[in-house]
Write a protein that binds this ligand. Sequence first.
Ligand SMILES: Nc1ncnc2c1ncn2[C@@H]1O[C@H](COP(=O)(O)OP(=O)(O)OP(=O)(O)O)[C@@H](O)[C@H]1O
Length: 248
Amino acid sequence: MIRFDEVTKLYSRNPRPALDAVTLEVLKGEFVFLVGASGSGKSSLLRLILKEERPTKGKIHVLGQDLGRISSRKVPYFRRNLGVVFQDFRLLPNKTVFDNVAFTLQVIGKSKGFIQEAVPDTLKMVGLGSKAQRFPHELSGGEQQRVAIARAVVNKPAVLLADEPTGNLDPTTSAGIMTLLERINAGGTTVVMATHDAGIVDQMQRRVIELIGGQVVRDERRGGYLTQTIPVQTFGLQSDASAQGVTR
Ligand SMILES: Nc1ncnc2c1ncn2[C@@H]1O[C@H](COP(=O)(O)OP(=O)(O)OP(=O)(O)O)[C@@H](O)[C@H]1O
């Protein structure tokens, strides 16, 4: 589904790479947490998958396509296979719940008939069947995130990318969002989620990829938020992490 080969990302005016020779592979149907301190490169990694940024070095394949070979003209078509959810929901404030979800489908030219069926089905799936005519400001944060998730998955993407989707939500609401993401994953969608939420990562025990300073320092099949091999008091210091022999 997703492959990074020795990917380095340098931004202009930032001397340190945001990602530094990252190699990883995410398989179809996996649920992957991306963890790491603020600035460790999680969002950059997601933006590279979306082809919102280009790698400075290295190669990225997503859904069997070499991103370096997709022309700018074809990028919108490529992105139809990817759903994205953000911490701040990013809903259109002047559109109803229904229209927020329908909008993406209209943009890509889906028929009215398709939209009239797919949108209510997806809203029901995220638990908002009865709130289709509300506006975003008439919803709680958790409900707004459910709308954003409905919008991201209504076209049945192969991959769902989530950048701190529970960052603005309380623990109970976050748990509901995670149940929903798990359900979407169980339906076959590959999920990659960047998060700072230790409780969620510890509880779900899924694959965990940890970044420190743009480098992958841990890739565990079933892991928690903190690596078991680094004592907590040295966690986050790259030199100490290397000295402790962190699993790569
Ligand atoms: N557009 C940009 N231009 C210059 N530097 C950038 C840009 N975007 C990110 N960076 C830098 O790249 C590094 C990685 O940032 P990134 O946003 O990927 O980290 P992150 O792990 O997602 O952080 P957070 O958890 O705070 O969202 C940081 O040093 C950041 O300052």
